[in-house]
Design a protein around this ligand. Structure first.
Ligand code: IVH
Length: 702
């Protein structure tokens, strides 16, 4: 639809403009309804864009005529708070990284050692193992759900478990089929990467700049920012592409191998990476890596390494995953990008657990497409070892998402009079003593939560994306709230709204806030009054307890009450609770010490008491194990198994919802005994724990 007869914007009189704006508002609203609610667009997307652009152009010329119901003011359909959250039917995994050939060899030795029967081992010998090798695209991953061949949902990865519903946006990508060709399974989740080519990115940034709009730092950020637009017409105007490379839940088998799966994807109308190569043996995979590294400048989009995937799906399935990454795939990263720049200043940051970290402020420099103005110097020993001084010329490097690091200084470029950095023995924020525990490299402020830096960092961690995920509460705000005494510890967040304005100026009237942003913040906080147990544990910011450990604990203890009771009882090292904690696989003595130390502190117990009344912590839900005979049971394996290795047995048990422990206790439900079992069998007999042979176990789990 061309705007036939439409008067050029520059020639419109004021009254014509007023009438035209009204017509456009009505017309665009009609198309919005047709597209979003009736799923039956009347005009092409390009024509729709033209209407919106004309509306914007007229508004620019006549700002006083902007209508209250103008399409430019309306946020696109969808929850005003942002995007609805969607729990992925199957978690979206990340990949383990390998940085050199040795890491890759090690990974594939692990794959071989996972199996024990000769016919299995034969398929995974590193010399001959069949792999898919393909570029690792630097974009953002997306999940597309198809029911009976129709796209019904598109989501971002989020934290891997819960993503955001960006269906309306992903629908606008030409590479995303709305309807699959040919016969597709009843239900299928297709995963892949949304990305932008470098040329498209540069052109888009130029256009953005010309229009006085936001400029993106690199294609990856541009792609991510474009997908997370509340107005899908903006997403549509961005040059986004999509390559498919994996599946999530699927109602029936569609292929036996990764290679065959890519062919099927193409048949359904997806694009797959034409550079993906089916190779035999790890050497061939490494050669692929070398070739991609050499060809990287000519590849039109950013890649940060290659991915190797075990080709056969039956093997993939048996290999399963460890914490958040599959055991059947690995990312072989390209070497880090480096650049030279000057150190302008060195200061000490104080983290959530009191760790003092030296940070270098740098003369901003472009390192492989990203501007870097700060680098970590890790700790006291590192800064001394590298002898980094203010004024030094240094080599900085950036690998993947990690914080930029200083590799070395350039000694001949050292300015005269540069003095060695003296590491403080007191906390630069609160002045308390900062000490190093024996054998530790980290120096820590001893003030705990009375140190404002630690308190603020803990709050920041508490609201961060993988924890409580409270949107609209940036670092600056947290610090301001803390300094003002408004939010001193996490529970204060949940009473913020009722206390707002009492004795202090209301948030809406503070600098950087308004009524809308304040309301949004209160809404964001109240939306998070329910939280899964693992996120809650992670949010507490206990030393060494990252997301994977938090999940492990949630899975083991099930509820907040059970976990807390166990941690309090385990303070007594002769208790059963301690034995039980100690028996959890992957929880070593140092982690156990940190956990117990957290619960030993009065202050932390009080925080938990308060939070208990303010938030609902959801019990851990065992993943998809309905009908599993061993869901929730605790199993210990001992002795040599013949059908599968210990690792595979454990992976299998866990995928069926069982907990695998390292030693036998009263809580053990089954001890599975292989050949040459040692003392564990005797212990089980003593405690009356049921003992199964390997065959009996296999029969039990079917
Ligand atoms: S496969 C279970 N293949 O890398 C395996 N991922 O670090 C799922 N990525 O979140 C991923 N290119 O965003 C796979 N060819 C590729 C990829 C790729 C880029 C990203 C993806 C994923 C991340 C993992």
């Amino acid at each position: 639809m061309k705007e036939a007869g439409a008067i050029a914007v520059e020639r419109l009189s004021e009254s014509e403009a007023r009438a035209e704006l009204q017509r456009l508002a009505d017309e665009i609203a009609r198309h919005d309804r047709a597209y979003h609610q009736e799923d039956a667009p009347i005009i092409s997307d390009a024509d729709y864009d033209r209407l919106r652009r004309r509306n914007a152009a007229i508004e620019k010329r006549f700002p006083t005529l902007i209508r209250p119901d103008s399409p430019s003011r309306k946020v696109a359909p969808g929850p005003a708070q942002g995007f609805a959250k969607v729990t992925h039917r199957r978690p979206m995994l990340s990949l383990e990284n390998a940085f050199d050939d040795e890491d890759v060899q090690g990974f594939f030795k692990g794959v071989r050692n996972f199996f024990v029967k000769p016919e299995d081992v034969a398929k995974v010998e590193p010399d001959t193992i069949e792999l898919m090798a393909e570029p690792k695209i630097d974009g953002l991953s997306a999940n597309l759900i198809y029911e009976h061949g129709t796209l019904i949902l598109g989501a971002t990865r989020g934290d891997g478990t819960v993503g955001e519903d960006v269906t309306a946006n992903l629908r606008t990508l030409a590479d995303v089929p709305k309807q699959l060709k040919g016969k597709a399974p009843d239900l299928m989740e297709v995963r892949g990467e949304v990305y932008m080519t470098r040329d498209d990115f540069l052109a888009m940034n130029q256009a953005q700049e010309a229009a006085g709009e936001k400029i993106f730092a690199n294609p990856r950020n541009a792609a991510a920012g474009s997908v997370r637009q509340l107005d899908p017409t903006i997403t549509q105007s961005r040059p986004l592409r999509f390559l498919a490379y994996a599946f999530g839940e699927i109602s029936g088998p569609v292929a036996k191998t990764q290679a065959e799966f890519y062919k099927r994807l193409q048949g359904w109308g997806f694009k797959v990476n034409p550079l993906a190569k089916h190779v035999a043996g790890v050497e061939a995979a490494l050669a692929f890596h070398a070739r991609m590294l050499a060809e990287r400048p000519g590849i039109p989009y950013d890649i940060d390494g290659v991915v190797y995937k075990v080709n056969e799906f039956a093997l993939q399935e048996r290999l399963g995953m460890v914490s958040r990454a599959p055991r059947w795939a690995i990312a072989h990263k390209f070497p880090a990008e480096q650049a030279r720049t000057r150190v302008n200043e060195i200061w000490i940051s104080v983290g959530r657990t009191g760790a003092l970290t030296p940070v270098a402020e740098l003369e901003p420099v472009n390192v492989g497409g990203v501007m870097v103005s700060r680098a970590t110097l890790h700790n006291e020993d590192e800064i001394q070892r590298k002898d980094v001084r203010v004024g030094d010329l240094v080599i900085v490097q950036r690998a993947g998402d990690v914080i930029p690091q200083i590799v070395a200084i350039v000694p001949e470029e050292r300015p005269k009079g540069a003095r060695a950095f003296k590491f403080p023995d007191h906390c630069p924020v609160c002045g308390s003593l900062a000490m190093r525990e024996p054998d530790a490299v980290v120096r820590r402020c001893t003030a705990g939560l009375t140190c404002p830096a630690q308190a603020v960092e803990r709050l920041r961690h508490f609201v961060s994306r993988d924890a409580f995920d409270i949107e609209g509460l940036g670092d600056k705000h947290i610090r301001a709230f803390y300094e003002d005494g408004l939010v001193k510890s996490p529970p204060d967040l949940f009473t913020l709204e009722e206390r707002d304005g009492k004795g202090r100026p209301p948030i809406a009237e503070r600098e950087g806030w308004g009524p809308i942003s304040a309301k949004k913040l209160f809404d964001a906080i109240s939306q998070r009054r329910r939280i899964p147990l693992d996120r809650f544990i992670y949010a507490l910011g206990i030393r060494q307890v990252g997301q994977a450990t938090a999940k492990l604990l949630a899975r083991h203890y099930g509820t907040l009450e059970a976990w807390r009771k166990a941690m309090e009882e385990a303070q007594d090292q002769s208790s059963e609770a301690f034995t039980d904690l100690d028996a959890i696989d992957q929880i070593g003595p140092s982690l156990a010490t940190d956990l117990l130390a957290f619960f030993a502190e009065q202050h932390n117990r009080e925080t938990l008491d308060q939070l208990k009344h303010l938030v609902a912590v959801e019990p851990f839900v065992q993943p998809r194990t309905t009908g599993s005979p061993v869901a929730g049971k605790t199993v210990v394996f001992t002795g040599t198994l013949v059908e599968m290795t210990r690792s595979e047995a454990k992976a299998r048990a866990e995928s069926l919802g069982a907990k695998v422990a390292g030693s036998v206790s009263k809580k053990t439900d089954y001890l599975v005994v292989g050949a040459d079992a040692g003392s564990k069998a005797a212990k089980a007999a003593e405690l009356g724990v049921k003992t199964l042979s390997e065959q009996e176990w296999l029969t039990l789990i079917g």
